[in-house]
Design a protein around this ligand. Structure first.
Ligand SMILES: *Cc1c(COP(=O)(O)O)cnc(C)c1O
Length: 407
């Protein structure tokens, strides 16, 4: 059975809005359009109640002890900026050092680099060749001046899950705030800001089958009470931390998406994990020299990131154009740069260019997986048949021993 084409298998980049989420948000655009800050009439009051419910849903999804700990934002990029810069600015008197890892999302790395330009010092720790960092490694990087540790829950390229509980416990024992970008973690792996000692946690709706343009930042209020400097000033919404009229339909959608993602996680993880194993198994059964990037088991069920040696990366992506996936190359304006995440694992540039990130999600089916396997196998075989390197490998020549001329 051929599935409908093209197939969407890039669910780390964004996800389709779940019809249930869309249904929940629609009335808040039309009949229920009130401003949640207009408490003088019923339009405003019903909007405020909807926002309260969404705040509760997000708090519960994260294991927060109070809905007051949730600040709504425009997405994880804003939450990362507010959490990291907001905390650093507040703690400037106590210290000027931040520890993070080099495989974080750009929104974390660039926020840290902005702080460096203000005089903060940042340690960007390496990860091991499976993409993981340990609490011990982070602890060794702490100094008397360290105020904040920022480690993501789940990596957006290779899907590896960091040891949050150990890192959080260590941070709390050392009196350092723990910030976690959980954009790829919510609804994919268990998340609990209490058990994991997370002080600041960023999430976004469009990675969990909600709309783009809405997210949240969890800000701990007890043990310790975390204080932030606001970035957006105005009417004092979100207790002064993020001014601007609340986007009620988007917040309703975020709340609904978060509740669904967590409620359905056990069943969905099993189903999606089985699809991932089917994809990985199908590819490796029919192709040699396929290398998995990232830890084999400590990863989210929907992520498969593989390098296909001896093919030309761009041709591979073009060849499987009816399956939407991401590559291990970041297209910058002028050149194809290998992904900094794969580089951090020690994957060489050549191989990084042949890497594909498959992001399996809620709406993918077995038929789509089988079609994808067939397509990738066909394209990889065709490209290898054209490759002189592949011919040499088939003849048993060790490419590392070859004396190349030219260059
Ligand atoms: C998508 C993503 C972000 C950015 O989220 P937006 O809501 O698109 O701003 C940040 N961090 C990670 C890990 C992500 O996957």
């Amino acid at each position: 059975m051929t599935p409908n084409l093209p197939i969407y298998m890039d669910n780390h980049a964004t996800t389709a809005v779940d019809p249930r989420v869309l249904a929940a948000m629609l009335p808040w655009f039309t009949t229920k359009f009130g401003n949640a800050a207009s408490r003088t009439h019923s339009f405003g009051r019903e909007a405020e109640e909807a926002v309260d419910k969404a705040r509760d849903q997000v708090a519960r999804a994260l294991g927060a002890s109070s809905a007051k700990e949730i600040v709504f934002t425009s997405g994880a990029t804003e939450s990362n900026n507010l959490g990291i810069k907001g905390a650093a600015h507040m703690l400037r008197e106590q210290g000027d050092h931040i520890v993070t890892i080099c495989t974080e999302h750009k929104a974390v790395l660039d926020s840290c680099m902005a702080l460096e330009r203000e005089g903060f010092r940042v340690t960007f720790l390496p990860v091991d060749n499976q993409g993981l960092v340990s609490a011990a490694q982070i602890e060794a990087a702490l100094t008397e001046q360290t105020i904040l540790v920022a480690v993501m829950a789940v990596n957006n390229e290779i899907g590896v899950v960091q040891p949050l509980e150990q890192i959080g416990a260590m941070c709390h024992a050392r009196g350092v705030l723990f910030f976690c970008d959980a954009a790829q973690g919510l609804g994919k792996v268990p998340l609990d800001v209490e058990a994991m000692h997370i002080d600041l946690c960023a999430v976004t709706a469009h990675k969990i089958y909600g709309p783009k343009g809405v997210g949240a930042l969890y800000v701990r209020r007890k043990a310790p009470r975390v204080r932030l400097e606001a970035m957006i000033h105005g009417g004092g919404h979100e207790r002064g931390l993020r001014s601007g009229t609340l986007a009620v339909p988007l917040l309703v959608a975020l709340g609904e998406a978060a509740e669904l993602a967590v409620a359905e996680m056990p069943a969905e993880s099993a189903r999606i994990g089985a699809l991932r194993e089917r994809l990985h198994g199908g590819l490796t059964a029919q192709l040699e020299h396929v290398y998995l990037n990232g830890h084999p088991t400590l990863r989210t069920p929907g992520n498969l990131n593989c390098s296909f040696a001896y093919v030309e990366g761009e041709s591979l992506l073009m060849g499987i154009h009816d399956v939407a996936v991401s590559s291990g190359s970041a297209c910058t304006s002028a050149s194809l740069e290998p992904s900094y995440v794969l580089k951090a694992l020690g994957v060489d540039d050549e191989l990084a260019h042949t890497s594909i990130r498959f992001g399996i999600g809620r709406f993918n089916t077995e038929a789509e997986i089988d079609y994808t396997i067939g397509r990738v196998v066909e394209v990889v075989n065709r490209l290898r048949d054209m490759s002189p390197l592949w011919e040499m490998v088939q003849e048993g020549i060790d490419l590392k021993s070859v004396q190349w001329t030219g260059h």
